[in-house]
Design a protein around this ligand. Structure first.
Ligand SMILES: Cc1cc2nc3c(=O)[nH]c(=O)nc-3n(C[C@H](O)[C@H](O)[C@H](O)COP(=O)(O)O)c2cc1C
Ligand code: SF4
Length: 517
């Protein structure tokens, strides 16, 4: 009997030796004369257990991890025997970290063979597209509107409304563009989907194309993601061969095809208009809005531009219906969010759950606190433009409006954890330095403001006229916040001001309330 093993091909697993483990497993199998079929799956997202080796058994998959090449021989002997091994984690689906999740967008990631269209179909793939074809364009858009899905790239704009705008805009050609630039610090969900379940993105984009009348799509992936690029390119070829892309999508009268474009990796090229410029072969620079991309986007044509996770959530919405998806979540944040725990955290990885879980649960309970074992002092939520939250705000529920109310943002769902050795004045300086480096240079508040900001923070840290310079910093942040053309300049004040407001002692300043008295 052939033994089926799963060893991830996800870049995060490869970085900690998954390829070496796979090679060692083949060698060990030959030595033990064991027939072994190794499937290179996506990651389950429990990164502290990577490389995670799973074994298919009649009772389901059993997980072992983290496996080093030196463990492989004893592991294979155990698998061929009674299964007992020090690295045994038990049935994969019963690992508490996985069991507590609600995996809708990530339902198949780590489960299927990302290179197999048959496997995708066997796990419910393409049911959403079939339903969209039977419903027609208008009803499909209505379903996405009713699901409450909001863009997962950062701004949280309702996806269905965006699609409706493009559908209602006339144009000889329309486009679907997937934003896979994923530049936010501590985020990797887009990459995981593209490497672990690429067909779900293709299906989501095809549904968008059918809904708005677009026949051509592009996935814009940063060059730092070579494995995701390869996985998407292979999946597109397979989908084309399987009749799911091309002149007659799934045998219908709708045409839709797509291709991958690789970006050079500028943070600002994740901003949608900058991305469109880059896709057109120009230097990535932010365009003034209006016109919106929905009216005049790629090559001046009506364009849907959405994040990977937004598109990848559509197939399950179309398959199970808007109400099913909308029933998860809280307030105006409907469905689930693939949250990414990173930085100095004990259990880092991908945790998909309904909106509403608190920051404290995520960091202390699910994340298990810091990897260093020291107390958690701050977390940055939402990438480099997100606010730093102190422990006092750990009761904040993961919800767009709740974070906005506390001068923060959930962005793309990344949480970066810091212990008590962090210096928040240096983090504020870093935010401004990052903005200065990544600024596209189009508007003055950001281009000049970020550089001046670094200088001002340096003076504050150096105790040069500190009180006056703190005022200058606040003034500068307001100018950037209200005067910048895009959110790079407009949101950099969030990490800066949250660091100053919540951790004034690191700036040598009085606590904010006392200072105001
Ligand atoms: C500086 C900057 C960087 C951004 N980077 C990304 C990114 O890497 N990925 C992404 O999906 N959205 C990014 N966005 C948000 C996009 O501009 C846009 O809102 C998003 O692609 C829309 O898709 P959604 O509605 O599905 O979220 C960025 C925005 C700014 C201002
Ligand atoms: S805020 Fe910065 S990145 Fe955005 S348009 Fe202005 S200069 Fe460019």
């Amino acid at each position: 009997m052939t033994l089926r093993l799963y060893i991830p091909i996800d870049a995060g697993a490869l970085a900690v030796g998954a390829d070496d483990v796979a090679t060692a497993m083949r060698v060990a199998a030959a030595r033990h004369n064991a027939a072994v079929d190794i499937v290179r799956n996506g990651s389950r997202g429990l990164y502290w257990l990577e490389p995670l080796v799973e074994v298919e058994t009649p009772a389901g998959r059993i997980a072992y991890g983290p496996v080093a090449p030196g463990d492989v021989d004893s592991l294979l002997r155990a698998i061929l025997g009674d299964g007992a091994h020090p690295l045994r984690q038990g049935p994969t689906e019963d690992i508490p970290w996985l069991k507590r999740q609600t995996r809708l967008t990530f339902a198949r990631c780590g489960v299927v063979d990302p290179r197999s269209l048959e496997d995708y179909r066997a796990h419910g793939g393409y049911r959403g597209l079939e339903r969209a074809l039977s419903l027609g364009a208008d009803a499909t858009i209505e379903e996405v509107v009713q699901s409450g899905l909001r863009g997962r790239g950062g701004a949280g704009f309702p996806t269905g409304i965006k699609w409706r705008t493009v559908a209602q805009t006339k144009g000889p050609q329309k486009y679907i563009v997937c934003n896979a630039d994923e530049g936010d610090s501590g985020t990797f969900a887009d990459r995981m989907i593209m490497e672990g379940d690429p067909f779900v993105l293709i299906e989501g984009m095809a549904i968008a194309g059918i809904a708005v009348g677009a026949t051509k799509g592009y996935v814009y992936i940063r060059s730092e993601y070579p494995h995701a690029v390869a996985a998407m390119e292979a999946a597109i070829v397979a989908a084309r061969r399987g009749g799911l892309l091309g002149a007659h999508v799934a045998g219908s009268s709708f045409a839709f095809d797509m291709e991958v474009r690789v970006g050079a990796g500028a943070y600002v090229c994740g901003e949608e208009t900058s991305l469109l410029d880059s896709l057109e072969g120009k230097r990535g620079q932010v365009r003034a809005k209006p016109p919106l991309p929905a009216h005049q986007g790629l090559f001046g044509r009506p364009t849907v531009i959405n994040n990977v996770l937004s598109f990848a959530s559509v197939p399950i919405i179309m398959d199970k219906g808007a109400a099913f998806y909308r029933d998860f979540g809280m307030g105006r944040s409907r469905g689930t969010m693939p949250i990414q725990l990173a930085g100095n955290v004990k259990h880092g990885g991908l945790f998909e759950t309904a909106f509403g879980v608190t920051l404290g649960e995520l960091v202390d309970d699910i994340g298990g606190g810091t990897a260093s074992g020291r107390p958690v002092r701050a977390v940055q939520v939402g990438g480099p433009l997100g606010a730093y939250f102190p422990r006092a705000l750990f009761d904040t529920p993961f919800d767009y409006e709740a974070f906005t109310a506390r001068d923060g943002l959930i962005g793309h769902g990344g949480i970066v954890v810091f212990d008590d050795t962090v210096n928040m004045a240096k983090q504020a300086r870093f935010a401004l330095e990052f903005c200065a480096l990544e600024s596209c240079g189009k508007c003055t508040p950001c281009r000049i403001g970020a550089t001046r900001g670094v200088e001002v923070v340096d003076r504050i840290i150096g105790n040069d006229n500190r009180a006056a310079n703190i005022e200058v910093l606040e003034d500068l942040c307001n100018t950037m916040k209200f005067g910048s053309l895009c959110a790079l300049g407009g949101f950099t004040p969030y990490p800066v001001m949250s660091a100053l407001n919540h951790f004034p002692e690191d700036f040598g300043a009085q606590p904010r309330l006392q200072a105001a008295e």
